[in-house]
Design a protein. Sequence first.
Length: 357
Amino acid sequence: MRHALALGARGLGQTWPNPAVGCVLVQGARIVGRGWTQPGGRPHAEVVALRQAGAAAAGATAYVTLEPCAHHGKTPPCAEALIASGVRRVVTALTDPDPRVAGRGHALLRAAGIEVTEGLLSTEAWRANLGFLTRVREGRPMVTLKLASSLDGRIATASGESRWITGPEARRVVHALRLSHDAVLVGAGTARADDPLLTVRGLGAVHQPLRLIAARGLDLPADGQLAQSAARVPLWLLHDPEVAGPRMTTWHELGARLIPVRSGADGQLDPRAMLAALGDAGVTRVFCEGGGALSASLLSAGLVDHLITFSAGLAIGAEGRPAIGALGVAALADAPRFRLRGIRQVGTDVMQLWDRV
């Protein structure tokens, strides 16, 4: 199952709205087939592994990181494919919460006389599939918030200088993290100040994630890198429904997709409505790279599932720009809390991984 989980991870960021599943077929002590969900969400992992195994699948044990699907969509159910192959036993890590499956895959297998074992490495599988599971259960994508700051929590000097606080090794890790998510999200302030491209670079010819900008008034430069690349790399702009006129026309013509999202009482885009709109569009994993106001809104709403921080060995001081905007926290009991999952040195910087408590 650990091998199946590692295979499934290869599809992260490329399979949405489907989950990134891994499958290993074992005959005795020999692996006869293995597969993972392919880009675009199909073929599914089980089908890839069964094609590789061919006749050797008969009598084999299948290890699958998520319950095989049981519904007819664009492809036949994987449960039926496993039954037709003649596998003897199926071991799964998780039951699929999708109402179209939700135990029906396991039931189909058992009805066909196949031995089914559930729950192997379920904790690891839950973490691996958190984006898909969160979208099915809560109607929103999983959110990973990345903060790269100085020792004293600053992301820029008072004048706005921010390139580069962290070193090249940390930036390379960030590009790999972008690659494992469906979409990269920043606020309009960051887009205006940094004119970022938000693509994955330095890792060869790879699939590019969606680029998302939370821009309530669509007040973004139409001659920057985002605008110039909108026709080549998908760009979605989240904006207030009341925005109309030339700005809408300009970004439509540039090739961006415009997604209206209601604003909250503070006049900013409502973070829950924003993520709900992305969930409706099929997005399962969002990698947020700030800035401070957007980070604060997501944290205040309890919508950050993973927090990844990069801390550089320099101090900027109180006059610098904070990594997180105002949270309105009056008591420590009200502060967003996270549990440390891992820490490691990346070049000259320190990387910490945190999970929401």
